[in-house]
Design a protein around this ligand. Structure first.
Ligand code: FES
Length: 108
C-alpha cells in the first residue's frame, strides 16, 4: 500500500478526474477508483492500448522506463516517442497532471 498525498489527474476530453496516491501508477489508481481503462494486456506493458497523451504536469510524472519505451516503439513506432505519449499502466504520478485519453469510463 502506498501512503502519502493524493494528486489529481484530469482526463480530457471527458473531464473525469482521478485521485492518485503519490507514486501510484495512473491506471492502477483508476482501477481502484472503479474506472474502466482501455487496454488489452491487463497492465503487462505489452499492448499500449492504455496510452495517454500528456497535456500538462509532465514534471509530476515518472520517467519512462525501458519496458515502456520498447513497448511504444514496437507497437506504435518511433513517432510515438517524439510525442508526449505514455502508458498509463507504467506512469507513476507525483503531482497534479492532465492527460488526454478517450474511452475511460467511470464505474458510476
Ligand atoms: S495495459 Fe497494456 S500496455 Fe498498458
Amino acid at each position: 500500500m502506498i501512503f502519502g498525498p493524493l494528486h489529481t489527474v484530469t482526463i480530457e476530453p471527458s473531464g473525469l478526474t482521478i485521485e492518485v496516491p503519490n507514486g501510484e501508477r495512473l491506471m492502477q489508481a483508476a482501477r481502484e477508483a472503479g474506472f474502466w481503462w482501455p487496454n488489452q494486456c491487463d497492465m503487462q506493458c505489452r499492448c499500449t492500448g492504455c496510452f495517454v497523451t500528456v497535456v500538462s504536469g509532465v514534471d509530476h510524472l515518472s520517467e519512462m522506463g525501458r519496458a515502456e519505451e520498447e513497448a511504444l516503439l514496437n507497437q506504435r513506432g518511433r513517432r510515438a516517442l517524439e510525442n508526449p505519449v505514455r502508458l498509463a499502466c507504467q506512469l507513476g504520478v507525483y503531482g497534479d497532471a492532465t492527460v488526454r485519453k478517450t474511452g475511460v469510463r467511470s464505474g458510476e
